[in-house]
Ligand binder design. Structure first.
Ligand SMILES: [Zn+2]
Length: 464
């Protein structure tokens, strides 16, 4: 608005000046050598204005001519860029559609046309991956590491590559580097938790787990269970290095993290026993028995008061069983103990109850023993053993991922390498247990200390 007003005012002023000059009488004389120009002031003003206009026009033309090559180059560059971005877009579309060959061709084209390595590197890497050329993809990811804007992406690509080719040390380095850049990223936390665990860096893994929980990468339940598992393994390391007190502290923390996690309770009871804190061990087992009765717990409970007489021991076990009276494990524990002290009636009573709740091979084997020990009836014992062979198998530590049975619990499955997948339950039909598992079957888990020994866990871990 102001500009329009100014323009109108200016035009008015120029017109007024022109009228004033034209109306004013007067003459202008210009003498130059033999030349003499005589004219009116109005005509002179008009001539000056015309010359100025011509000069301005010539200047514009000259300027355009001088800048011509620049303009042309700019237009050409813009054209290249446009074609480059088009190739890039089409390349990403091809990559998304799984057409590696076309994606690679377009990535080369985009690479030639564009000077944007971060963008073309990603497409090139994706295209190479789609074509199955992992080494070429790794090279592109490696190139990404040199630029801050693509470093994180490059690390992810290289980590996948390292995992695929089994380079665990390299994978760990890459994950640690990514963790320093973005410690909250879900894939970084997941990868580092796994890699630190596999390397036996349990305290490092516990730190990452905390971070993963804070960033909702794992739920509270999964986090607590994993914490307990890591603490049990950390406690085993402490025990192996002779630090009994540290082992006990770590195992107690495992129980606090997941009270129903049997390996934690057994480890806590065993480490308490190892330093002579027998009543503390008994308390830990009683607490665990309420959640999840387990043969390993029963064994540790007996170890807590070995020196007592047989009747006293039986009474103690009855008190433990009373904490979870409707569980078949409670009846099986009492039946086995009664057989040892030749309380035939009590043994039979508990075996009948156990069979009614959950008929299994272990119940029938104990019935066979009862027939043989009480009456010397080998025929009846044989019949029970046949029944045992046909009955559902006893629970074992088995991997939820591959189904393989294990003689003892450990954080890594020695068969498939999965982490924290071992649970106590019915074995998977058709999957033979490894040779060491037969020990558990034979002993009915009567040696919790053996079955959870650090040596076993180490074997499982290194096999992962
Ligand atoms: Zn497995």
């Amino acid at each position: 608005m102001i500009r329009i007003v100014l323009f109108v005012v200016l035009v008015g002023a120029v017109a007024a000046l022109a009228v004033f000059v034209a109306d004013e009488p007067g003459r202008v004389e210009i003498a130059w050598g033999d030349w003499l120009i005589e004219t009116s002031p109005g005509a002179l003003a008009a001539a000056v204005a015309a010359v100025a206009a011509v000069v301005a026009l010539i200047w514009q033309v000259l300027r355009w001519l001088l800048r011509g090559p620049d303009n042309l180059a700019r237009m050409r560059r813009l054209g290249r860029q446009r074609r480059g971005y088009r190739a890039l877009t089409l390349g990403f579309v091809a990559a998304a559609a799984g057409d590696g060959h076309r994606a690679r061709r377009l990535s080369r084209r985009a690479n030639l046309l564009l000077e944007e390595p971060p963008l073309t590197l990603l497409l090139s890497a994706q295209a190479a991956q789609l074509e199955g050329d992992d080494d070429a993809a790794a090279e592109y990811f490696e190139a990404m590491l040199a630029r801050p804007e693509t470093e994180f992406l490059g690390l992810r690509g290289l980590l996948v590559h390292a995992n695929r080719s089994g380079e665990r040390e390299r994978a760990r380095d890459l994950a640690e580097r990514a963790y320093r850049i973005r410690p909250e990223a879900a894939w970084v936390l997941t990868a580092l938790l796994e890699l630190r665990t596999r390397d036996g860096d349990f305290s490092g893994a516990l730190k990452v787990l905390k971070e993963a929980e804070r960033n909702d990468v794992v739920t509270a339940d999964v986090g607590n269970r994993r914490r307990a598992a890591l603490l049990v393994e950390a406690g085993r390391v402490a025990r192996r290095t002779g630090d009994g007190r540290d082992a006990q502290r770590l195992a107690s923390r495992a129980v606090d993290a997941a009270p129903g996690f049997v390996p934690g309770a057994i480890a806590a009871a065993e480490t308490a026993l190892a330093v002579g804190r027998n009543s503390a061990a008994a308390k830990i087992i009683e607490r665990a028995w309420r959640h999840t009765p387990h043969p390993g717990l029963a064994t540790a409970y007996r170890a807590a008061h070995e020196a007592r007489d047989e009747v006293g021991q039986m009474k103690r076990l009855e008190r433990l069983a009373a904490l979870n009276p409707d569980h078949p494990e409670s009846h099986l524990m009492l039946a086995a103990a009664a057989l040892e002290v030749r309380l035939w009636g009590t043994a039979r009573q508990h075996l009948v109850k156990a069979e009614g709740m959950q008929p299994g091979a272990r119940t029938y084997r104990l019935l066979a023993r009862l027939e043989e020990d009480e009456h010397g009836n080998t025929e009846a014992a044989h019949a029970w053993l046949i029944k045992a062979s046909e009955a559902p198998s006893d629970p074992v530590w088995r991997c939820g991922q591959c189904g393989i049975q294990h003689a003892s619990w450990s954080i890594a499955c020695s068969s498939c390498g999965a982490l924290d997948t071992l649970d106590w339950g019915a074995p998977v039909a058709g999957l033979e247990p490894p040779a060491e598992a037969s020990k558990l079957d034979k002993s009915l888990g009567d040696s919790a200390i053996d079955s959870l020994s650090p040596d076993n866990s180490n074997e499982a871990r290194t096999g992962a």
